[in-house]
Ligand binder design. Structure first.
Ligand code: ADP
Ligand code: MG
Length: 154
């Protein structure tokens, strides 16, 4: 599939939440997040949750590996792949069904299990910017997705 990329710069966590909300409105399926500790993956994921209507407080799934939320029949899976050392663990948590079933699934540290992810709708990379609260967020996806995301920015 040919993909397209868009890069944005956020200056506050709230702006990163907004970027997540916008992405949730532009796509569904699996959203892969990459970025070092403290980059803002969980902040971005909370925006995705908001974008699909989940109003619960989103906590990092570091210890549970996966947190599942539901709102009006829509399911939001929030996963952290950092501690997945064996693909068998993915089977145990129902990962393969999750990726297939039309849910919205956000995977932090997706690069740790990249070989196991078949259908990623959007690939998001967050890096630190020049000042402490700046982040550069790159979103890669189909042309349609990126156009839709960019349209939501107006
Ligand atoms: P990760 O999940 O990537 O480890 P978190 O989302 O848990 O990171 O934490 C990001 C931290 O960076 C939070 O404390 C947040 O307040 C802070 N932060 C500062 N500026 C930004 C920004 N522009 N976007 C996202 N987070 C930011
Ligand atoms: Mg996190």
């Amino acid at each position: 599939m040919r993909t397209k990329k868009i890069a944005i710069c956020t200056k506050t966590p709230e702006e990163t939440v907004k970027a997540g909300i916008r992405l949730a409105r532009a796509c569904s399926g699996v959203i892969c997040l990459e970025g070092e500790l403290g980059a803002g993956k969980t902040v971005f994921a909370s925006g995705v949750a908001r974008g699909i209507g989940v109003d619960e407080y989103i906590t990092s799934p570091t210890f549970n590996i996966i947190n599942v939320y539901e709102k009006d029949g829509r399911v939001f899976n929030h996963m952290d792949a950092y501690r997945i050392t064996d693909p068998a663990m993915l089977e145990d948590i129902g990962f393969y069904e999750m990726a297939a079933d039309g849910y919205v699934t956000v995977i932090e540290w997706a690069d740790m299990i990249s070989g196991e992810i078949q259908n990623c709708s959007a690939y998001v990379k967050i890096i630190y910017g020049a000042t402490p609260d700046k982040r550069i967020i790159t979103i890669e996806g189909s042309g349609e997705l990126i156009n839709s995301y960019a349209g939501g920015m107006k």
